[in-house]
Design a binder for this molecule. Structure first.
Ligand SMILES: Cc1cc2nc3c(=O)[nH]c(=O)nc-3n(C[C@H](O)[C@H](O)[C@H](O)COP(=O)(O)OP(=O)(O)OC[C@H]3O[C@@H](n4cnc5c(N)ncnc54)[C@H](O)[C@@H]3O)c2cc1C
Length: 275
């Protein structure tokens, strides 16, 4: 099946893009890499009348590197992160994640902001950005607001992004030189979406520890007990802590197979981070 006919516009600035979006009365969608949206249009899951191409807007492709953080424009591609063509605040975690996300052709066009905006429950970036305590800058007709990525995604393909807002950038605090991380993605073959995904970030210098699951039947799941156990280095208690966290997330309706998968990836990622 092919997508229905659609109008296309490439605005010259972010302000123009927001103006077009606000005037469209829900008939327009912004398109960044198009790697998810075009597939959704071909399947007629999305039927916009107008595509607003934001991929080349300078405001959305810029990268700012200051002493505390790196701010990535929303249209930075997975490939740019994989190739370390831009500053890496995560001491290797983000290039590692990008290198296993989909296939190179998709990574060449797909963007970090597009992935966050869509918030596919099995996607990598929402969980990884939550683990890094990153913050998204959203821009709309009434101005800008920032939101922790941990609060941005609210459910399966559900976010706090308003209908006339655009993700402008993502600010990621720099990890310290002594930071450690672990990352495990389980999928049936490389390039596929995850069946289970765990990210562990430990940064003693920043007093920061976080264990996060992706592909968890909803928004990224922060495992509070497991994060505490990791901060104490009490690996002997980790499995029980992960199971406690998963039990508390009863609304996710994990079956026994999923409980095992999530426990295994969390344990492996924590072992990587603490080894
Ligand atoms: C075969 C295949 C395999 C894939 N495997 C994986 C995988 O393993 N892991 C993974 O994480 N992803 C995977 N993807 C998805 C891919 O990473 C996409 O690039 C990503 O999900 C969306 O980014 P995009 O820039 O292409 O967004 P688009 O497709 O252009 O847009 C997606 C949605 O986000 C909106 N949007 C885009 N940018 C913004 C913005 N800045 N502000 C507000 N709204 C915005 C659009 O309106 C649209 O609704 C796969 C895709 C394919 C086709």
């Amino acid at each position: 099946m092919k997508a229905p006919a659609v109008d296309y516009v490439r605005p010259g600035s972010l302000a123009e893009a927001i103006d077009l979006l606000a005037k469209s009365q829900d008939e327009a969608r912004v398109i960044a890499g198009g790697q998810s949206l075009v597939a959704m249009m071909n399947l007629r899951v999305a039927v916009p009348r107008l595509l607003i191409d934001i991929a080349r807007l300078p405001e959305l492709t810029a990268v700012a590197d200051d002493t505390e953080a790196v701010t990535l424009g929303a249209c930075v591609t997975h490939a740019a992160i994989e190739d370390a063509r831009i500053a890496d605040p995560s001491r290797g975690l983000m290039p590692k994640v990008a290198s296993g996300l989909a296939y190179r052709a998709i990574r060449n066009r797909g963007t970090i902001g597009g992935s966050l905006a869509l918030s596919d429950p099995a996607a990598e970036w929402p969980g990884v950005l939550t683990a890094l305590d990153a913050e998204a800058m959203l821009c709309g007709p009434t101005g800008r607001r920032s939101l922790k990525c941990a609060e941005f995604t609210t459910g399966i393909f559900e976010t706090r992004l308003g209908p006339d807002e655009i993700v402008e950038s993502i600010r990621i605090r720099k990890l310290s030189p002594e930071a450690r991380w672990g990352y495990v993605k389980l999928c049936r073959k490389s390039g596929e979406f995850a069946s289970a995904l765990a990210v562990v970030v430990c940064d003693r210098a920043l007093g920061y520890w976080r264990v996060v699951l992706g592909a968890a039947n909803g928004a990224p799941l922060v495992l509070e007990s497991a994060s505490r156990v990791v901060s104490e280095g009490a690996m002997g208690q980790l499995q029980e802590a992960v199971r406690d966290d998963l039990d508390r997330a009863a609304d996710r309706h994990f079956d026994e197979f999923q409980l095992n998968l999530h426990t295994v990836v969390a344990m492996r990622a924590a072992q990587q981070a603490l080894s």
